[in-house]
Design a protein around this ligand. Structure first.
Ligand code: IPE
Ligand code: IPE
Ligand code: MG
Length: 252
């Protein structure tokens, strides 16, 4: 019997899509008796470095979790300082990202953001639209449950309008309604700061991702830590429910 495995199984050792939960800015700052905000500022430069490494290592897609649906519950001052930081970072980095052929996209409940930040996001997406290098997705005001609920509503509307039969709903049709529609699922998820949880990130998309956790706090995440994660990924045999022997037979 022939075995059908996802394309990504027969891939090279480099993950096509890496997703990162950039965690630990606050603890990094606390260790230095600095404000949480200085931790977030340091985190922006780690994000820049991770983008550079992704480009250098030939990763096709990088998705960075910058602000979760639940992060709205943080102190008001921290939330507004973060929003300001996102605007500034976009303003400062857009030229360089564009010059590096990076195509930028934002996912999340963007309607909740201030108009000023939404304008910057729109500008960044428009300006880099035709770029063909790294596809960089920033998850802002994003929650995996929110994404799944919105997709469910969209399908329910199509059923109500008679455009879709309930019995036709499958993986592919569901995934097409998610914020990540059209992108391959992450092959590798990295989370910094020692926490080993998903915190409502890409709940649907991470179904078969390799998970890699490090105690390193996000502001200290650099190329060598990224490379450690990539080596871990390269050492794994992905089976997607098949047996190791089936996978080997396909790889040969
Ligand atoms: C991640 O760092 C940044 C965001 C969630 C916006 P944290 O701010 O969560 O840092 P810790 O977890 O408090 O150290
Ligand atoms: C996850 O980090 C969200 C982002 C990195 C943007 P959190 O710091 O919010 O996660 P928890 O609260 O520790 O699970
Ligand atoms: Mg945290």
């Amino acid at each position: 019997m022939s075995v059908s495995l996802p394309n990504s199984l027969a891939n090279s050792d480099v993950p096509r899509h890496v997703a990162i939960i950039m965690d630990g800015n606050g603890r990094w700052a606390k260790d230095r008796n600095q404000s949480r905000h200085s931790g977030h500022r340091a985190g922006v430069s780690s994000a820049r470095q991770s983008i550079e490494t992704a480009v250098e290592r030939g990763v096709e897609q990088l998705t960075l979790f910058a602000f979760s649906s639940e992060n709205w519950s943080r102190p008001k001052e921290e939330v507004s300082a973060l929003m300001k930081l996102f605007v500034e970072a976009l303003q400062r980095e857009l030229g360089e990202l564009h010059a590096s052929d990076v195509k930028l996209r934002f996912i999340g409940e963007l309607g909740l953001l201030d108009a000023g930040l939404r304008d910057k996001i729109f500008e960044a997406e428009q300006q880099t639209e035709a770029n063909t290098g790294l596809r960089l997705t920033i998850a802002l005001a994003y929650g995996g449950r929110w994404d799944i609920i919105e997709a469910t509503k969209a399908l329910a509307r199509q059923v109500t309008e008679g455009l879709l039969q309930i019995s036709d709903i499958n993986d592919e049709i569901f995934a097409a309604e998610l914020q990540t529609a059209g992108a391959p699922c992450p092959d590798l998820l990295i989370r910094t700061s020692g926490e080993q949880r998903i915190s409502n990130f890409l709940l649907w998309d991470l179904a078969y991702a390799e998970l890699w956790f490090t105690d390193v706090l996000w502001p200290e995440f650099d190329q060598s830590v990224f490379d450690e994660a990539l080596s871990y990924y390269a050492s794994k045999q992905r089976r997607f429910g098949h047996t190791g022997e089936q996978v080997k037979a396909v790889e040969c």
